[in-house]
Design a protein around this ligand. Sequence first.
Ligand SMILES: [Zn+2]
Length: 407
Amino acid sequence: MPEPEVDREGRPFYVVSGEEIKAGKVVDVYFLRTMETLRHLGLEDTRVVAEIAARSLPRSRRGGRFEWGVLAGVEEVVRLLEGRRVDLYALPDGSVFEPGLPVMRIEGPYSEFGPLETSLLGFLCSMSGVATAAAHVKVAAGGKPVVNFGIRRNHPAISLAIERAGLIGGLDGSSGILVEELGFKPVGTMPHALIIIAGDQVRAWRAFDEAVPEDVPRIALVDTLCDEKTEAIKAAEALGERLHGVRLDTPSSRRGRMEEIVREVRWELDLRGYKHVKIFVSGGLDEVSVESLSRAGADAFGVGSRICGADPVDFGMDVVEVEGEPRAKRGIKSGAKDVFRCPNCLRYLVLPKGSEPPTCPECGARVEPAYVKFLEGGRLVADLPTTAELQERTLSQLRSMGLLPEG
Ligand SMILES: [Zn+2]
């Protein structure tokens, strides 16, 4: 069947604008039918409490100790619901969470937010998926620097959102130039194209050193024409003290030998007195390869598809209370709830809404309310932290959990 004739003016890339998302244009049609039916029953303004929790988490490629996620997309949901007659409570972005934990509670007439469920979940599921994968890779790297090189793997319209989610997940940097809007300097080295066009490696590295600003670390790509060892030595001889690092980009054809190559490059550089030169690895990396390359001596990592193409977290939204009466589908505990968290052991406790903060059954400390009230009657009543503050929130929890080294 031919594509119907549609006016593509203003939508050449099939991108939905922020205004359209806010206006509820990204919606599964069954919510519109639900609203028609509720109106038919005179129930569209029924006051409900809904909560959002993840059914499960995307499987970490490292298994085991990775049954946790990092929440992201909350700020976007706050912006989505701002101006609507709802109260919104949520764990803040950058919270480490477990499956089943209600991360958000919304109170208000169903008509005010029910039809926005599609977009609301979309923000949380995709952003938390990226933040979670980013944090898993960061932990696998043992805290060594990990940067996001993956925005080329996604539709460019969502690149900044993805980069922000990666930074919330604890990444040390991101390659897109728009991250400056988030208060981060974009990070990058050089592509093979530069060396090919310049004609030889040394000419390209020297010209790069002469051309780019002083505050850009000199990281030479060393696998374009010869083997990594030969080119790494050449780069160190060419740039000496000015060389910050060498980048080995790992084509899948060399997979399995990369750890050996890293050890070899380290050895040859050290032997010639270039101990200051860091080894930066990129190309098709995930938790498993980052962990073994880190053990082999790699100092930093550029990760793409594993983070930008992360599986979403499968958050769902459920009505748990209707006009003050606890009511929920099977498998979901009914009634509005408050979430508390122990400041010491970071354990969460879920209790009926209005409960006094109990003491932690694990360590005896007084637990604290975990929800932030973001919206009251649609009005923003909380501060929205910067991306750097959210990143620090994530990292400090991972340190407290013993998953990242202190400092
Ligand atoms: Zn505790």
